[in-house]
Write a protein that binds this ligand. Structure first.
Ligand SMILES: C[S@@+](CC[C@H](N)C(=O)[O-])C[C@H]1O[C@@H](n2cnc3c(N)ncnc32)[C@H](O)[C@@H]1O
Length: 162
C-alpha cells in the first residue's frame, strides 16, 4: 500500500497507482484537489481511499507498518489560492507520524520548495529532523541542484529492511 499525502493535481497519485500495489491512500485539505485527482484515477483498478483531511492525521486511518511508499509534494495547489499551503508544523508532525506507518524497507519521498519564505522554513525543519534519525534504522538522502537559486529539493527517508 502507498500514500499520497498531498494529492494536489493528482500527478503523484497517478504514478503511485501505476506501481502495482494493492491500495492507495490519498490526502489533501482541499476538496478541489481530491476531485481533480479522483477524475485522473477514474480507470484505475487498485483500491483508492480519499481523505479531505490534514496529513498530520494519517495515523487515524492507516495501520502501522503498512505502507511501502509515502509521497509528499509540499506547497500550494498550482492555479489555486497560494495561501492554502503546507506549513512547517503539520508537515513535520505528519512526517514524524509517517515513520511508524512505513513497512521495513519502505520509503518517504518529500519534495520541498525553499524558494519562498515558509517553504524554506519547512525544508529547514524537515532537514533538521531527518538528520536526527538514527543511521542504524534509517537512510536519509538530500538532493538539490547546486547551480539553480532556491531550486526545489528532494528528501528521501528509507527505513532499513530489518
Ligand atoms: C504542490 S501541491 C501537490 C502536488 C501533487 N502531489 C500533484 O501531483 O499534483 C500541494 C498540495 O498540498 C495540499 N496541502 C496543503 N496543506 C496540506 C495538509 N496539511 N494536508 C494535506 N494536504 C495539504 C494543498 O492543498 C495542495 O493541493
Amino acid at each position: 500500500m502507498a500514500l499520497d499525502a498531498t494529492c494536489g493535481q493528482g500527478y503523484d497519485s497517478v504514478f503511485l497507482a501505476s506501481l502495482g500495489l494493492r491500495k492507495l491512500f490519498i490526502f489533501d485539505i482541499q476538496k478541489k484537489a481530491l476531485e481533480i485527482t479522483k477524475s485522473k484515477l477514474e480507470n484505475c483498478s487498485i483500491e483508492l481511499s480519499f481523505f479531505e483531511l490534514c496529513h498530520s492525521k494519517i495515523d487515524t486511518v492507516i495501520p502501522k507498518e503498512s505502507l511501502k511508499l509515502i509521497v509528499y509534494n509540499l506547497g500550494y495547489l498550482p492555479g489555486s489560492d497560494k495561501q492554502i499551503k503546507t506549513v512547517p508544523k503539520t508537515t513535520l508532525e505528519s512526517v514524524q507520524t509517517a515513520l511508524d506507518l512505513l513497512q521495513p524497507g519502505g520509503a518517504i519521498s518529500i519534495t520541498c520548495y525553499p524558494g519562498h519564505e515558509e517553504g524554506a522554513l519547512e525544508e529547514n525543519a524537515l532537514v533538521a529532523f531527518s538528520k536526527s534519525l538514527a543511521s542504524s534504522s534509517w537512510n536519509v538522502c538530500y538532493h538539490q541542484f547546486l547551480n539553480r537559486k532556491a531550486a526545489p529539493s528532494l528528501l528521501l527517508i528509507q527505513k532499513h529492511s530489518s
